[in-house]
Structures are given as C-alpha cells and as structure tokens.
Design a protein around this ligand. Structure first.
Ligand code: NAI
Length: 480
C-alpha cells in the first residue's frame, strides 16, 4: 500500500488529503499537524473548517485509509510521498518584510523530514511558495540526508475555499513540476498516478519545477487583477451613472475575456491573493523588474482603495458621521460558504466604522464571536510600509456585538452593510428589517446581492457597489 503523509492539516491539507483518500482506497493517507486542537477537531464531529461536502467524505474515510494525527515524525518516516502544506504567510519583519513569503514553517518541516527519513521519499510542495523554493528545500534535504534520496515536486493547489471539494473532484487542471532527470520524471509519474485515479490524464499538466511554482503565483495574480479591474470600473460607474453589472455582463460576453470573476464587490480577501501578489512583487523586485512589480502592486492598492471607498460611502451617506449609531454587519467571512476570515474585507470595513465610533452588530452564519473579536483586535499590517500600526483601543472594541440572528443584528440599526454574499441574505424579509430600523434606513450592499429597486420601494436608501446612485446619495459629499 502506498503511504502518503501530509504535513499541515489546514484549509488545503485537510480537504486535499480527504479527497485523495476518498478517491484512492488503496492509498493510506495520514494528515499530521503540530496544532493539537486542530487535529482533535479533525477527529471529532465538529471539523475545524467548514466546506460544503467535506464532512461527508471525511466521515466515509476516517479510520479506514484517512488518519489525522499529531505524531508528525512517525507518519513522515513511514510515508513514500510527503506533501508539505504548511502556511507560508507574508514576512512581517526582517529582510523582505511586507512582501516576501515567510518560509520558517516550510524550512522546519524540511529539516524534520531530513531528520526522520530512513528510505527514499518524494517531497511535494503543496503550499504556495516563491519560485526556486524547491531548490532551497532540496539543499536542506540533501545536506542532511544520511544516504536517503529525495525527489522534490511542485504540485500547487488551485482549490477555492467554499467550493474546495467540488474543485478537488473536478479540477480544471492538476499541475506537477519536477526535475528533468530520470528520477525526477519517475517521481512525476508516481504522483500523476495518484491523481489519475479520478482526474482525466489530459488535465494533468507536467512542467519543470520553476514553471509550476510560478504558475500558482501567476494564477492568483490574474484572478485578483480581474477583481481589482472590475472594482476600479465600479467607482467609475458610480461617477457616471453606468451600472457595473451591465458593464461586466457586456464585457464578459467577449469570449476572449469570459464572464467569471467579474463581480464588483467591497474587495477581495482570503489568505492567498494579497500574500501571493506581494510575494510576486518581491520576486520581481529581487530580479530588478521594478515596472512589473509596480504593475502587480497596483492590484492590491485598488483593493485597499475599494474597502476605504466603501467605508467613506457609509459615513458620508449617514450625514458624515456614524458616531454612536448602530450599524448591522451582515457577513464577516471573506466569501460565502466558508468560515475563513483571513484578510476578509469585513475587517477593514468594521475597523473603519469603529474608528468613526459606530456601534456594530455583526452576524455571520459560520464565524464565531471569538474569531471576530480576535480579528478586530489584531494590529493591521501595512504591507506598503511594514510597521505595525496601533491596535484598536479596547473602548472601541466594546462597541461591538456579535449575534446569531440577522433580525436581531438589524433591530434599531441606522444602517446595514452586507459584506459577504451568503445565499440566505437573498431571501431575507427586508420589510421586517426596515420596520425595525431607525429612519432613514440605509442599506450598503458590498456584494451586489440585494434587489436594489425592491429595497428602495420598501423605503430604504440603498447603495450597491457600482450601481447608479440613489438620489439621496448623489446629494452627499463625493467619495474618492
Ligand atoms: P493553514 O494555516 O490553514 O494550515 C497550515 C497548517 O500547517 C496549520 O494547521 C499549521 O499548524 C501547520 N503547520 C505549520 N508548520 C508545521 C510543521 N512544521 N509541522 C506540522 N504542521 C505544521 O493554511 P492553508 O490555508 O491550508 O494554506 C497552506 C498553504 O496552501 C499556503 O501556502 C497557502 O498559500 C496555500 N494555498 C491555500 C489555499 C486556500 O484556499 N487556503 C488555496 C491554495 C493554496
């Protein structure tokens, strides 16, 4: 039986390995992590992450050919193929702070592999890493090898949170990069055979190591760039009376452009887009490609601009002050169908409003109060100027209420901000919400989810990103 071990039981390691175990009953898969609580949760009825369809496949495989364990060294030493799916956050201090990927976790995983391995291994980069990381990892492994041979492969993950299981079952492509040597090609073949159990062979792309590593950064940069492009257009739509939904539709009909990822919003979030673009920017700068670096940097600048613009719109619409006013925040996760709040635009929007002394009442179906409070009390990391800013003051955090019901969140509120596109928000009883709010009652839709006309007919003053402005909002000070 082939044995696979995955180091890192996070948003990528957990679902990816669950699907491999599900699709390949002849392979034994162990997912290991140093975080005891996370492994305990994977072994419980309450999985540590929410993904549609995940619980079902974990339950079917757990204890048969899928194991979650904190016995990292044991499982690593027994495995034939080791996936490394540890976190690779942006460095917050030292050389490259604010841009470069922090490979501390990766390096410590590599050193541990070298320490405990007694037979030849294939080591697979699953984490998103800078180009040429494989070379560094190879050096660490070779210099500590004690006669064991290693083949390093790059197999970046393209799943999207919220649709992880669907994406893993039916990927657009699986990318495997390896050395152009007989041993390298043999390793590629071994990994290809795993995926070929359920992925059509023509969707498994094999490249050299550096192309595979760079393709992941490039793909995320392209995706984020589309969002920033449509968000930049949304500002122009508001200024001119065009409707961003109509513009996106017309633009996306061009088969060279395509319709996906063209929804205007309050901004992109998630653990990857910003981090991976910053990483790309750093690599460009290190290679003397300043123009290329500043091109990609602009994608993040527009994202920050969009979040600020949203906050400014809320404050300026409500007579230039939200001080002491209750504002309901509907949705905190960075997108629907996930409980993940890493880099969610809701953090910046809430901090902006709390900074203006608003009283927030937050509802999200998948995010706990603890998580929200933790996110809002963390220092904001300024990627463009990597110094830590002041944390929020405890008094400001006091003006925060987390509730488990939309109607409670909106009761007595002056305004509501819709920040995550949860399906349940499409079927809310807005008449009931309106009746229980202070007047004038404002809706600020950061996801273009609500039916603007229907809400205006009820009596709301509605702002929806990139849509023609309400007469009321036109009279308010311009938002830059
Ligand atoms: P995560 O933070 O959810 O999980 C990483 C896990 O690795 C943590 O549980 C941590 O305790 C564990 N870990 C760190 N060092 C370890 C060590 N030495 N030994 C054992 N366990 C260790 O991160 P996530 O979201 O799963 O991301 C992992 C990588 O995959 C990152 O490089 C990310 O950029 C990439 N990625 C993430 C995607 C996403 O949607 N979250 C999508 C595609 C790629």
């Amino acid at each position: 039986m082939v044995k696979i071990c995955c180091i890192g039981a996070g948003y990528v390691g957990g679902p990816t390995m669950a699907v491999i175990a599900f699709k390949c009953p002849a392979i034994e898969v162990a997912v290991v992590d140093i975080a005891f609580a996370r492994i305990a949760a994977w072994n419980s009825d309450q999985l540590p992450i929410y993904e549609p369809g995940l619980e079902d496949i974990v339950k079917q495989c757990r204890g048969k050919n899928l194991f979650f364990s904190t016995e990292v060294e044991k499982h690593v030493s027994e495995a034939d193929i080791i996936f490394v799916s540890v976190n690779t956050p942006t460095k917050t201090r030292g050389l490259g702070a604010g841009k470069a990927a922090d490979l501390t976790y990766w390096e410590s995983a590599a050193r541990m592999i070298a320490d405990v391995s007694k037979n030849d291994k294939i080591v697979v980069e699953k984490s998103t890493v800078p180009v040429k990381t494989a070379e560094a990892i190879e050096k660490i492994l070779m210099h500590n090898s004690k006669g064991v041979k290693y083949q390093i492969l790059s197999n970046p993950e393209f799943l999207a949170e919220g649709t992880a299981i669907e994406d893993l079952f039916n990927p657009d492509r699986v990318l495997i990069g390896g050395r152009d040597t007989p041993d390298g090609q043999k390793a590629i073949q071994a990994l290809k055979e795993v995926y070929a159990q359920w992925v059509p062979k023509d969707r498994i792309i094999c490249t050299n190591l550096w192309s595979a590593e760079l393709s992941k950064l490039a793909a995320n940069a392209f995706l984020a760039q589309r969002i920033s492009s449509v968000n930049a257009m949304s500002a122009l739509c508001e200024a001119t009376g065009a409707d961003v939904t109509q513009v996106s539709h017309a633009v996306g009909k061009d088969t060279r452009i395509g319709p996906k990822f063209l929804n205007a919003s309050v901004g992109f979030g998630g653990s990857c887009f910003q981090k991976d673009i910053l990483n790309l920017v750093y690599i460009c700068e290190c290679n003397g490609l300043q123009e290329v670096a500043s091109y990609w940097k602009q994608v993040i600048r527009v994202n920050d601009y969009q979040k600020n613009r949203f906050v400014n719109r809320v404050v300026s619409s409500m007579f230039n002050t939200v001080s002491g006013k209750k504002i309901a925040i509907l949705g905190f996760a960075f997108k629907k169908d996930t409980g993940d709040t890493r880099e969610t635009p809701a953090i910046d929007v809430c901090k902006g409003l709390l900074g203006d002394n608003a009283h927030l009442s937050i509802y999200d179906p998948q995010v706990t109060e603890d998580q929200i409070r933790k996110d809002l009390s963390m220092n904001k990391f300024d990627w463009d100027n990597p110094i830590h800013l002041q944390p929020m003051s405890p008094t400001v955090i006091k003006h925060l209420n987390v509730v488990w019901d939309v109607y409670e969140a909106t009761k007595g509120a002056h305004g509501l901000c819709l920040l995550t596109e949860w399906d349940e928000f499409k079927t809310l009883n807005f008449k009931r919400i309106y009746d229980n709010m202070e007047k004038p009652a404002f809706v600020f839709d950061g996801r273009n989810t609500v039916n603007v006309q229907k809400l205006r007919d009820i009596g709301f003053i509605v702002y929806s990103i990139g849509k023609p402005l309400d007469g009321w909002l036109k009279d308010m000070p311009a938002v830059a």
